[in-house]
Design a protein around this ligand. Sequence first.
Ligand code: FAD
Length: 465
Amino acid sequence: EMITTDVIIIGAGASGITAAKTLADQGVTDFVMLEATDRVGGRVRNADFAGGKVELGANWVEGVNGPGPVNPVWTLAQEVNLRSFYSFFDNGTSNIYDERGFVPIEEAASTVEAADKAFEFVGELSKNLTEGNIEDISQQTGQRFFGFYPKTAIEMALDWWYYDFTTAEPPRASSLKNTVPLPTEEIFGPDHYFVADPRGYAVVFQPLLKSYLKMDGETVVDSRLKLGKVVNKIEYTDTGVVVSTADGSVYKAKAAIVTASIGVLQSNLINFSPGLPFWKMSVIYQFDMAVYTKIFLSFPSKFWPTHPGSEFMLYADESRGYYTIWQSLDKQFPDKSLIFVTVTDEQSKRVNQQSFNDTLGEVMVVLRKMFGENIPMADEIYYYDWQSDPYAKGSYSNWPIGVSTFEFKQLQAPVGRVYFCGEHTSELYSGYLHGALLEGERTGNEVIQCLKKGKCQGDFAAGMK
Ligand code: FAD
């Protein structure tokens, strides 16, 4: 079977959904979307847990309530009346625990103040580097300019809270100029809303899908969306593409838009023919796919504080990043007793290799240190291994130190008639859902330029070796 169409969109996550919509809005309606899994939404995905639904991937609408432009995810959230809750992050540093239990606020105050000041300083330093057109440094290098060398358990927990909790990698690894201050907050606003909607966060895609695909209620019934199609080969030239899937289907088109994550691109799931040029592979390998894991726990009763401002709790361990950030879900699930803890990077990789039971044993030890020996045992534990998911290969990208803006343009650049987009190609919002949405739109427009005006951006690639 060989199907001929104008454009093939690989992946029906946020980027693929907006890329196809952008094409359809401008009259290019002859396209197919090839999605490996049996659903749309990609890394926006929920699961049943303790009689409710929890989000395994994207969870917050990030960057809300600014004076300027509105985050496109927030606009969609309003449209579908998404159930979401303001996250009061400011109080996190007032709720510090260590192996002896709650750390009195006075006891931690000077450490918290120093870490706050260091964080502010690093933000200012980053702005100065950008304004002065000075080369990038790592977040960690920025901290050293202030003299912040996290050493104690509390200092490491604060360091993790300020940096790893966002980028999912340590300050040593992350670009300073591209991460602090966070463009998402600077441009869209300082606030973050935590989504807990029984329909799932992915309901925000409904207005987009409905605008260009045939639907039966909430379900897409349009033959242009093809589920269960794992793309494993892309043959391309400067005039077209031939895309093959694992089940033996072949599609021919004028252009392809690949929205697979940077982790998937690193994994060789898709075989490009000819092989992608060195400049392209080099930046694909240089960029980081981080791993971020939420470990959900359900208890027979609450033993954590439930007063306003106690939602976030920091646990300071002598091992950095060991079950550091705890978040209760009392507002979201008032008649349940749910809490979750976030781990990233090496700690994520570690828990992904052990059984739920082993992880439960570890978190119970931590919770007993925080809240005392008499707390009940959890009834349920669940977390999702994004790193082993062949169609995600991690949670989201992080801009590492050492990738210049020019190299980033190479990450965005098409090769022949193959276009690339996803959260990882968003210069300002990489890692975020809004970044993915906006990139689908940008790339859809590029493809329109190519099809309608013959401007296919081949020049960029032509100058590369
Ligand atoms: P994806 O959603 O990955 O879409 C790509 C699609 O391509 C997928 O559906 C995949 O199945 C498919 N695919 C891959 N390979 C193939 C192939 N070979 N053939 C066919 N199809 C293929 N963002 C926020 O804004 N706020 C948050 O709070 C937040 N938290 C997060 C927490 C976690 C744990 C994770 C994992 C992500 C989080 N994100 C968050 C990031 C957000 O989820 C992503 O940025 C966004 O969903 C990415 O969209 P995308 O279209 O770029 O990629």
